[in-house]
Design a protein around this ligand. Sequence first.
Ligand code: DX5
Ligand code: ZN
Length: 212
Amino acid sequence: MVKVAPSLLSADFACLGEEVKKVTSAGADLIHFDVMDGHFVPNLTFGPMVLASIRKYSHLPFEAHLMITNPEKYWKNFAESGADIIGIHIECEIDHISIIKEIHKYGKKVCIVINPPTPVEKIYPFLEYVDMVLLMTVNPGFGGQEFITSVVDKIRKVNEYRKKEKLEFEIEVDGGINDKTGKIAVSNGADILVAGNYIFSGDYKERINSLR
Ligand code: DX5
Ligand code: ZN
């Protein structure tokens, strides 16, 4: 069964708690929380205090997608605020293995995230240690962009690698996902679809169901 993760980037920030409640009762499987620092990506969003304040509006797992230059400094703040999954970009110049181990020691899941221009082989050495892989299907920074079709090949490769190595991480895609691009991603191996603009610009329940 395909899992659906609404991205709060496209929600109404004036009533975020209500939006979380609504997508939860509309059948979402997890909540995707996009953190941007204006440095790793050219946009700013929200931090751990906002996550802490909306956490009580849903029993679903929260995923903090950290589009920030220094995830090693901040991941714990998100974990303490109630994030269940911490997403770390492969493009960050950090010691990925030790951060993955620290996050696991803290009892949270780790997702390794990769941008469209980064060669997929870069994440292979980390795949045996992570719980999830997030393949960006747009260049991160903004919601409502168009799905980059060339990433489909990377989804397929990661799925083949998972089978070959008998690993159990989940494959997630993020960016430009709608009822059409979502199906393409799933047929190539994706298990979780993040969608912002598509879900929040329509009837939440209908849109979530149309992604499955
Ligand atoms: C982009 C974010 C995405 C974004 C997806 O930087 O990581 O999570 O919100 O939005 P849509 O689905 O509108 O492309
Ligand atoms: Zn995201």
